[in-house]
Design a protein around this ligand. Structure first.
Ligand code: FES
Length: 96
């Protein structure tokens, strides 16, 4: 499955099964929290409500049904939820 849907806090974005969730959410214009980007701090933790991910080994504490978006790659359509409201980055204009 190369193209899939990621529903995050009720917002649907297009995703893939190659890049980390954190990178994909950022590419979609969302700004999830993060610090280390390598599974150490837990700042990017979110709930996995449906679907499946491949998650690399990590040091950060997570509860059952939580994943680290920085080191998880989608394996299917996903629904995830952060326990805070996500903000959007400003859409960059292309050079004219
Ligand atoms: S950003 Fe630190 S664990 Fe994901």
């Amino acid at each position: 499955m190369s193209s899939l849907t990621i529903k995050v806090n009720g917002i649907e974005v297009h995703g893939n099964c190659r890049e980390s969730l954190l990178v994909q959410l950022e590419q979609a214009g969302l700004q999830p929290e993060y610090q280390c980007r390598n599974g150490m701090c837990g700042a990017c933790r979110c709930k996995l409500k449906s679907g499946a991910v491949d998650q690399q080994d990590s040091m950060a504490f997570i509860r059952p049904n939580e994943i680290l978006s920085c080191c998880s790659t989608p394996k299917s359509h996903l629904e995830i939820e952060f326990d805070y409201q996500l903000t959007f980055t400003e859409i960059k204009k292309t050079a004219e």
